[in-house]
Design a protein around this ligand. Structure first.
Ligand code: COA
Length: 320
């Protein structure tokens, strides 16, 4: 049987910073409130003219370097993003060109908001298992600050920009062990953007709208359930998981999932304090951080999970 293994990770954060002190000047909030309710202290912000595809290409190059894979060997590119450069072409095609990949490999975007990376990882894994690809670039990249309303203190404190990428390669040994994807479109009204190409956008462009409290409760309950689903599907005990690599939305949501797993926070990869919520980029950003600083080591078992607009949610159990 062919498996899909993570053979390289990379990430990229734009150099601009937006701190809680900066937000105190924009809306009626305080550093203390933001830290207590979200765990976030600062986020990165893309420079003017720096696009989602630029962030994605930087992260992808780093992942390819780490994997020792030349761009020409890539035969599938999947980019998870909610903030594409344009309506079309797909950001994955733009990234393909920026990486100089001229082998006509498949390249497409996935839109599952904050669960986008898990959806993209599942998709690429299934391409490899079906032997329709051997070397895939899976990227989560966002410029969320471009769709943030900095007049809405209820959610502008959350979002940040960044990108993370993994190289997945066909292998005889397991890598991505299982993926679990879900969605429930009935919750659109709790988390959405006001407008888009089909419904018409306000002059300032679509912005994120959210009922934070309701989203929070749904996220905790749903992630609780997907932890059970993932462990049961693989006949694993909680103690079999070495690292939780969660979507970085809010430290309190992450703490609730860690508690569910009976894990101390020392086994949870946390970047939310420095990155904020980078939507589809947050899991590969966290993964790359912990791979590069040596915490995540070959052979360890990782549980990745995410929840986001749609609602969408999902998990991946990965032998690194
Ligand atoms: N600074 C200070 N006060 C704020 C504030 C801010 N930035 N944002 C909201 N408040 C106020 C509210 O106006 C409200 O005041 P009131 O009681 O006088 O009406 C009070 O704080 C509580 O609001 P509430 O929305 O219940 O706060 P909360 O504890 O739920 O925290 C979030 C708000 C957004 C931090 C939290 O709901 C959250 O993180 N939700 C999940 C969001 C998420 O992860 N979304 C992405 C999913 S991928």
């Amino acid at each position: 049987m062919t498996h899909a293994r993570v053979v390289g990770t990379g990430s990229y954060l734009p150099s601009g910073l937006l701190t809680n002190a900066d937000l105190e000047k924009l809306v009626d909030t305080t550093d203390q409130w933001i830290v207590e309710r979200t765990g976030i202290r600062e986020r990165h912000v893309a420079a003017q003219g720096e696009l989602t595809s630029d962030l994605a290409a930087h992260a992808a190059r780093r992942a390819l370097d780490a994997a020792g894979v030349v761009p020409a060997s890539v035969d599938l590119i999947v980019v998870a993003t909610t903030t594409p450069d344009r309506v079309f072409p797909g950001t994955a095609c733009i990234v393909q060109a920026k990486l100089g990949i001229a082998n006509a490999c498949a390249a497409f975007d996935i839109q599952a908001v904050c669960s986008g990376f898990i959806y993209a990882l599942a998709t690429a894994t299934n391409f490899i298992k079906a032997r329709q690809a051997r070397t895939a670039l899976v990227i989560g990249a966002e410029t969320l600050t471009r769709i943030t309303d900095y007049g809405d203190r209820g959610n502008c404190i959350l979002w940040g920009d960044g990108a993370g990428a993994v190289v997945l390669a066909a292998s005889d040994a397991p890598g991505v062990i299982s993926t679990h994807l879900h969605a429930d479109g009935r919750y659109e009204a709790l988390l959405y953007t006001d407008g888009g190409p089909s419904s018409g956008s306000p002059d300032a462009g679509p912005k994120v709208r959210m009922q934070g409290n309701a989203v929070f409760k749904m996220a905790v309950n749903t992630l609780d359930a997907i932890v059970d689903e993932t462990l049961a599907a693989n006949g694993l005990a909680k103690t079999d998981v070495d690292w939780l690599v969660p979507h970085q939305a809010n430290i309190r949501i992450i703490q609730a999932t860690a508690k569910k797993l009976g894990m101390g926070m020392e086994r949870v990869v946390l970047t939310v304090d420095r990155h904020g919520n980078t939507s589809a980029a947050s899991i590969p950003l966290a993964l790359d951080t912990a791979v590069r600083d040596g915490r995540i080591r070959p052979g360890q078992t990782l549980l990745m999970e995410a929840f986001g607009g749609g609602f969408t949610w999902g998990s991946a159990l990965v032998r690194y």
